[in-house]
Design a protein around this ligand. Structure first.
Ligand SMILES: [Zn+2]
Ligand SMILES: [Zn+2]
Length: 297
């Protein structure tokens, strides 16, 4: 947990991990201990087609989770949907023929739905745009990186979807299975004044979180609405992305900026509908903002 300059509390959470209940190597208790030891405030055990319970550990807050994979193939769209915070038991027998059925079942049971590792799954932007009622998609999935996989980064998919006018908030997760080093790498910082299940769910639905592997940041739109200013922990690089082609802006040493960046200001370009940014620290760890709409500022 950290407190920002406005006095708001941000909690460190891991939303997508596996245990021996499906194909993970650690028991639920061992997984909870690993994340507690790494200073996490809350944890979601989201085993394949197995719904975990709230309060499974006395080391840190756990809230119920599940991962539902559709029975469809890659060509028609093979989706993995993570459910977080359900109150009722999900009926997995009847919601796997398409991703919207899985999302709807998670919502019906009181949870929040997250699109898992779209790059790994080769989910097309055209398919993702049609998904209703997801609170986030994974922008980075540690287990999908080398040496276990090759497509951990879904940021390009986020940009393709955002450019079509659909802004989906971004989370980073481990999708820990092996516990060989992928655990505790990618996570979210979530803003809430009270750390409990209902407040976490509310923050997830409000978009009060950001994806990180270490860097922390805050941002504000200028009063004249001409720019966005980011403040961050020591960074090597801050990069802004938008749908105004050629307007991308890189702040970093290569561009003649000071070696350590703690502030970066991006001036909006006419016609762009969103902007997002990525921060990289000196150890190569990243943080990602969600896409920020510029149409309603
Ligand atoms: Zn998955
Ligand atoms: Zn998974």
């Amino acid at each position: 947990m950290y407190t920002d300059e406005k006095g708001c509390s941000w909690y460190k959470g891991s939303l997508h991990n596996h245990t021996t209940r499906s194909d993970g190597n650690f028991t639920p208790a061992e997984a909870a201990d690993v994340y507690a030891d790494k200073g996490f405030d809350f944890l979601v055990l989201a085993d394949h087609l197995y719904q975990s319970s709230d309060n499974e550990s006395d080391r840190l807050l756990t809230i119920s989770g599940i991962e539902i994979h559709t029975s469809t193939g890659v060509r028609e769209g093979h989706f993995h949907i993570v459910g977080v915070g359900m109150d009722k038991e999900i009926d997995v027998s009847n919601c796997r023929s398409n991703p919207q059925d899985a999302i709807d079942e998670i919502i019906r049971c009181g949870g929040a739905a997250i699109l898992a590792h779209p790059a790994w799954s080769l989910n097309s932007p055209a398919m993702i745009i049609n998904l209703e009622n997801i609170c986030a998609m994974e922008v980075y999935t540690t287990l999908s990186a080398k040496p276990y996989g090759v497509r951990p980064d879904s940021s390009m998919i986020s940009d393709l979807v955002s450019a079509q006018g659909r802004l989906i908030p971004l989370v980073a997760v481990d999708d820990a299975h092996l516990y060989e080093g992928e655990q505790g790498v990618s996570y979210i910082w979530l803003k809430t004044d009270v750390l409990d299940k209902q407040h976490i769910l509310s923050a997830l639905k409000r978009g009060d979180f950001y994806a990180s592997q270490g860097p922390r940041f805050s941002y504000e739109i200028s009063h004249d609405k001409k720019s966005i200013k980011v403040r961050c922990t020591d960074a090597r690089e801050v990069v802004f992305f938008s749908d105004a082609l050629g307007s991308d802006r890189v702040f970093g040493k290569e561009k003649g900026d000071t070696p350590s960046i703690n502030e970066a200001e991006y001036f909006f370009v006419s016609g762009e509908s969103y902007v997002r940014f990525e921060i990289t620290d000196f150890e190569g760890r990243k943080a990602w903002s969600s896409p920020i709409s510029l149409s309603d500022i």
